[in-house]
Write a protein that binds this ligand. Structure first.
Ligand code: GLC
Length: 617
């Protein structure tokens, strides 16, 4: 068991090796899991798993540290205790396995030094006038709370100052590219403050019609408000006021916020080497609360996360309820990142096992059922329907008539993509950029699929990039479809905003995916397209029309994630090795040694073995 645990560390959590791996002891509890628990081991639910020692992981409902910090309007950010390793030496059988972690520690140190050197190089590089302007604007968007920088506003557009809606707030998802830009520039403090302050907002009591969201939900955004101190009209104190969707247009719950928070936490650790932040008790609790919310059992039969419409970047009704790709890619990425950061101890065995089981099931499901290319579409075109059996080919009973008229001409000979959503008798064939790009970044897609996605973008450049990278989705919903699916939304008219608009912020995610796949040339091309207009057009939020020619009808100007996405792309292209703070490589071990081997039932198909066969073909 010790060897297995150390091998887990080698896979992803090298930082533990660097910090104090040699002092750690591992429980043999999981190795002794009886056959009778196999069904439970297969469950991806954390709470329902049980170890033979009876040490279930359950996040504390009442976390004294969290409550203490919530009570204060300016909570202290100095480090509370990290999870201290026991002082005793490892037992003899672990001593030999400890040699490998020592090597990992050296490799990890080496990696960190490489990162520091790259950041140094970025700090001293010559910036173009456009980059200088972008940095100035990014600096202007910084929000302070009790004297420290904690985030950036979504937009800083003086022309619409009277109708800011919630664009004067710090959005979790919008801050990610800002954070990456700051981290690449060696400015980690604002990111650390953001991570800790949003963590304190995690469990705030907010309700919609007397109903509160699940524990662990992260807000979509927050605002710094000044309120009179104890009824005194002279003195004010600052408070952070989060929005979990209870004020948002459409009352949409932000499922992606917690996932982005985990992804950013890992990136912060990797680039700064400040792993102590991840080890803090409150941060570990925060990670677990998010995971618990995502991994809890429900009515669903699929390993994908079931969400309502508008639960991510597309935060208005756009027909993406169910199992939208964007959420699945971020979910996979967050699970991979969390697995590296969860402290290894007796209490986390079940959690790690639940993460691993979910990762393998999720990757199998997406790789197998969401992927389409010329060959697959032809298969769907010839599908038989109404198959009732375990070995049905057309498992979701997709009627071939669903293949949209545009797709037959559009799908290139070379390449393919992951579809937008999959439900019983429903495949959403629209191409969604963020979900596809993040499937590459996180290795949710196989190597072959990842290459295929970039090939498709290259082949369909005029549809997806054209005059401004990148289309949020392709194609737009028009006519009756627009009326029924968007609810006649005047902001989401065809080829505008979420309905086929072009969003320059997606450039940084495209750049990451291209770097990971050795296609910097493509990213470079896209950056050049964006550079021609962004500064002259005052850094708009989005562009309209089929080819992205016009600044969006209701687009904000000086949109922060447009500015930060551009800066991050430029820096990543200059120091591509820094992309590794956000990417994950294929994990073959994940596809082996599954709890399914304990269950010989013919009905259970092992997703790990199945997933492995996808990679090897
Ligand atoms: C819009 C976008 C959303 C973004 C927010 C702030 O609501 O749809 O993704 O987070 O604006 O920029």
């Amino acid at each position: 068991m010790a060897a297995a645990a150390i091998s887990h560390l080698r896979r992803g959590a090298q930082r533990h090796a660097l910090l104090y791996l040699l002092q750690r002891r591992f429980s043999s509890a999981a190795a002794a899991a009886p056959l009778a628990t196999a069904r439970r081991l297969l469950s991806t639910s954390v709470e329902s798993s049980a170890s033979s020692t009876g040490q279930n992981y359950k996040p504390p409902l009442f976390d004294p540290f969290r409550v203490a910090t919530l009570a204060s309007s300016a909570p202290p950010l100095e480090s509370p205790p990290t999870e201290e390793p026991p002082n005793d030496a490892p037992p003899p059988e672990e001593a030999s396995a400890a040699a490998a972690p020592e090597q990992d520690a050296v490799a990890c140190q080496h990696e960190l030094e490489g990162m520091k050197a790259a950041v140094e190089a970025l700090r001293s590089r010559e910036e173009s006038p456009q980059e200088k302007e972008a940095w100035r604007l990014l600096g202007r968007s910084v929000v302070n709370y009790c004297g420290t920088a904690v985030g950036t506003v979504a937009a800083n557009d003086p022309s619409t100052a009277s109708q800011m809606l919630n664009y004067d707030q710090v959005f979790i998802r919008d801050f990610v590219p800002s954070a990456i830009a700051f981290l690449l520039k060696g400015e980690g403090d604002i990111v650390k403050n953001f991570l800790l302050h949003t963590l304190q907002l995690q469990s705030w009591e907010k309700t919609v019609d007397c109903y509160s969201p699940g524990q662990g939900l992260m807000p979509a955004s927050f605002k710094v408000r000044s309120i009179p101190l104890d009824g005194n009209s002279e003195a004010f104190e600052e408070v952070l006021d989060p929005d979990f969707g209870e004020s948002a247009i459409g009352r949409v719950a932000p499922v992606d916020s917690g996932l982005w928070w985990i992804i950013l936490l890992r990136a912060y650790g990797k680039i700064t080497g400040d792993y102590a932040l991840q080890d803090r008790v409150d941060v570990q609790t925060g990670i677990r609360l998010i995971l618990n919310l995502c991994l809890s059992d429900g009515f669903d039969m699929f390993p994908t996360l079931l969400v309502t419409d508008g639960s991510c970047m597309i935060d208005r009704r756009m027909g993406i309820h169910g199992h939208p790709l964007e959420i699945q890619s971020l979910f996979y990425s967050a699970l991979r990142c969390a697995r590296e950061m969860v402290s290894i101890n007796d209490g986390s065995n079940n959690l790690i096992r639940a993460i691993n089981n979910r990762l393998s099931a999720l990757s199998f499901h997406i790789r197998e059922y969401y992927w389409v290319d010329m060959k697959k579409i032809n298969e769907i075109y010839r599908y038989k329907t109404e198959e009732y059996s375990h070995d049905a080919i057309n498992k979701f009973n997709i009627y071939p008539e669903q293949i949209p008229y545009w797709l037959a001409d559009w799908i290139p000979e070379k390449g393919g993509y992951l579809i937008g959503n999959l439900q019983p008798a429903h495949m959403d064939f629209r191409f969604f950029s963020l979900g596809n790009l993040w499937a590459i970044v996180s290795s949710l897609a196989t190597q072959r699929q990842a290459e295929g996605i970039l090939n498709l973008i290259e082949a369909k450049w005029d549809d997806i990039v054209a005059n401004m990278p990148l289309k949020i989705c392709y194609p737009a919903l028009e006519y009756e479809e627009w009326r029924i699916i968007t609810g006649s939304d005047p902001k989401n008219t065809p080829w505008s905003y979420h309905n086929g608009g072009s969003w320059p912020t997606l450039l940084w995610q495209f750049t990451l995916a291209c770097i990971k796949m050795g296609r910097r040339d493509l990213a470079q091309r896209a950056v050049e397209v964006a550079e021609k207009r962004l500064s002259d057009d005052k850094w708009p939020e989005y562009y309209d029309t089929r080819t992205g020619r016009f600044i969006g009808k209701q687009s904000r100007l000086y949109q922060t994630w447009t500015i930060a996405g551009y800066l991050s792309s430029k820096m990543l292209l200059d120091c591509p090795e820094l992309a590794s703070i956000l990417t994950c490589e294929e994990d073959l071990e994940l596809l082996e040694g599954c709890a399914c081997s304990l269950n010989k039932s013919a009905r259970t198909k092992c997703s790990r073995r199945a997933a492995r066969s996808q990679v090897l073909v």
